[in-house]
Design a protein around this ligand. Structure first.
Ligand SMILES: Cc1ncc(C[n+]2csc(CCOP(=O)(O)OP(=O)(O)O)c2C)c(N)n1
Ligand SMILES: [Mg+2]
Length: 622
């Protein structure tokens, strides 16, 4: 026994039962069998000892992550209330959840997964040694970044997508009656990303759309050193229209399980979101390096141990006569030994050794498959319908020369016609047909379930796309002006572009982000509508940035972006130069020199551009 927390556990377990004398043997609360309680206790013990092992490994220089779940182990009961196929986007303190879920599927070794993450081993099943995250493809746990709350928009998008996939017959890896679970901290609940995502969820519900989302706020009352005012989470989320609020004491296993089961039942049957507030404590500070005494009094820190969920579950089992105190202590020590053994093995494992290895999953490029996919189209009849031309009409490649805007419109129509999972959305894209008319007519031809207007929140637009990409869609989303990408850039940089990285491509979010941008106007909009801030995109690893100038290039490049998203899971930013949308002439008025025929997709297209004698060369290909 080395840490004070061990002593608290021991003395809590050995303390005489309430009222003194022999254990009450009154049994467990209704709804909690001995078998289930013991399984959850096992997950809680595992999570606790992972935290202790992470610290020990860190002090030896063998471990690289020490943010733990101690005090939050009640979240194991949330996993128990869910199915192992329910997609989970987890807070970094949801260790109990991860272990409990791992135990729901035979053949899993969740303790090992976490330890391999802590030691940065290549065998770690999700990120392959790139970062310690909770994630596992077989366990439907989607890895998250360290950016707090950045996963909420994706979670909302995924919940939205599950229903849309069922409606449109899009094949998704998630069962149609899944519940998306998303956990986060109390301080994170204040982040605009969380606030915006929850607002989006509520607005979707308000419009009568189903949204099977379980939000779990693991409320330990503090974010690093900053206290969340007492009662704030309830004040902010306890009474929101369309959001059921459930509160549970996370140190009470039976109460947490009952509340989680109630919440999950509600979400699964009503397809409507629930906010589950799990009251927790944060034991052992924010992370291994955190000197908690610098900002909290010793008495306050010590008082939290009375709410330690692991000790409380042990007491529950002892007081119910399921375990003796000695058996509870034995289990505690046995789990410590088990974790230690696995940790020693994890330390010896190979780590990523080169920059090439680290970055390998970022930007796959199966050029031939992408080219073949870009050249394939829907059948001619379907294409005619997609272009709004009746039978007997002409396919666009045989039609008149087009402007850039018309060529993009046709390119989008081709993608939508070919790929039943392609969806197009953003502000004003549907009913109005885009601020510049680029998407005009597409809603009518492809239906409001595939071409729709979003609410005015760029983080939610991108996040919805990220969730939909995970559910089998090819989202083509629009950000109205490049300047307005910047307030949501993390959804692109931190979320979209890194999912392949943190999951070695096991999860991907194919995405095409259409952005109207670049300088164009005289006298309107100032720099916000004339933004050339492409540099903000150019250092995002793995991102494809495409910017057409000519109508014929545009159609071909757009189809290539869609193909790269579909075939390689790529995230493509498709920058549309507003100045050229409706440009017709090249040299003099009326020469129509900037118009071009729609290129025949089947013919493929490759064009090499040179800038100056010794300048860079770019090859565009479909
Ligand atoms: C967007 C962002 N800002 C700042 C941080 C640094 N940071 C990491 S954890 C944390 C506090 C989070 O508190 P809370 O959400 O309550 O979770 P807890 O750690 O208490 O479980 C902060 C500020 C971050 N990771 N992401
Ligand atoms: Mg907190």
């Amino acid at each position: 026994m080395s840490e004070p927390i061990d002593e608290y556990f021991r003395s809590g377990v050995l303390a005489p039962p309430p009222g003194g004398g022999l254990p009450a043997s009154g049994g467990l609360p209704a709804g909690l069998t001995a078998e289930r309680a013991l399984a959850l206790f096992d997950a809680q013990l595992g999570s606790r000892h992972l935290d202790l092992a992470a610290r020990a490994l860190g002090s030896r220089g063998d471990g690289f992550y020490s943010i733990g779940s101690s005090g939050h182990e009640g979240n194991a009961a949330v996993a128990a209330a869910l199915r192992p196929t329910d997609p989970a986007l987890l807070h970094y303190r949801s260790g109990g959840f991860y272990l409990a879920r791992g135990a729901q599927l035979p053949g899993q070794s969740p303790l090992r997964d976490v330890l391999l993450g802590i030691t940065g081993a290549v065998d770690e099943p999700i990120s392959g040694g790139r970062h310690k995250v909770f994630g596992h493809k077989d366990l439907a746990v989607i890895p998250q970044t360290s950016t707090i709350a950045s996963h909420l928009p994706r979670a909302v998008g995924l919940a939205f997508a599950l229903e849309r996939a069922a409606k449109l017959g899009v094949t998704s890896e998630w069962p149609a009656d899944s519940v998306v679970v998303c956990s986060f901290g109390d301080a994170s609940a204040n982040h605009s990303t969380a606030v915006g995502a929850i607002n989006t969820a509520l607005q979707l519900g308000f419009r009568g759309l189903p949204l099977p989302l379980l939000l779990v706020c693991e409320d330990n009352g503090i974010g690093i050193s900053v206290r969340t005012p007492d009662g704030w989470i309830e004040a902010a989320y306890g009474n929101r229209p369309g959001l059921r609020y459930v509160d549970a004491d996370g140190s009470d296993l039976a109460a947490t399980l009952a509340a989680a089961e109630d919440a999950v039942r509600w979400v699964r049957t009503r397809r409507s979101p629930v906010f589950l507030r799990l009251r927790t404590v944060r034991l052992m500070g924010h992370a291994g390096s955190d000197v908690e005494l610098a900002y909290r009094g010793a008495g306050e820190i010590t008082a939290d141990y009375a709410r330690d969920p692991v000790t409380r579950t042990a007491r529950l089992l002892i007081d119910a006569g399921v375990l003796t105190p000695e058996q509870a202590l034995r289990r505690y020590e046995d789990k410590r030994d088990e974790v230690r053994r696995i940790a020693e093995d994890a330390v010896g494992r190979r780590r990523l050794a080169s920059a090439g290895e680290v970055t390998a999953p970022l930007a796959p490029s199966r050029v031939d498959r992408v080219a073949a996919s870009a050249a394939s189209t829907a059948a001619p009849e379907a294409r005619l319908r997609a272009f709004g031309v009746g039978t007997g009409g002409q396919l666009p490649e045989r039609g008149a020369a087009l402007t850039l805007a018309q060529a993009i419109n046709h390119g989008l129509a081709d993608v939508l016609a070919k790929d039943p999972g392609a969806v197009l959305f953003g502000e004003d894209v549907a009913v109005k047909g885009g601020v510049y008319g680029v998407t005009r007519g597409l809603r009518k031809r492809f239906g409001a379930a595939r071409v729709f207007d979003s609410l005015l929140d760029e983080q939610s637009i991108l996040g919805t796309g990220l969730g939909m990409g995970l559910a089998g869609f090819l989202p083509i989303v629009e950000i109205q002006y490049l300047a307005y990408l910047h307030n949501a850039a993390d959804q692109l940089r931190g979320e979209a572009a890194t999912l392949r990285f943190f999951s070695q491509g096991q999860y991907q979010n194919p995405l095409v982000v259409r952005i109207a941008g670049l300088a164009y106007q005289r006298g309107f909009g100032g720099h916000f509508h004339n933004d050339n801030g492409v540099a903000a995109l150019r250092d995002i690893p793995g991102l494809v940035v495409a910017c057409p100038a000519r109508p014929d290039d545009a159609a071909a490049m757009l189809r290539t972006c869609a193909a790269a998203a579909r075939q390689d899971g790529r995230v493509c930013v498709w920058l549309e130069p507003i100045a050229l949308y409706h440009t017709r002439d090249l040299h003099e008025p009326g020469d129509d020199g900037w118009l071009a025929r729609y290129p025949d997709p089947a013919a493929g297209r490759r064009r090499t551009c040179r800038s100056g004698a010794a300048g860079p060369t770019a090859t565009a290909q479909t």
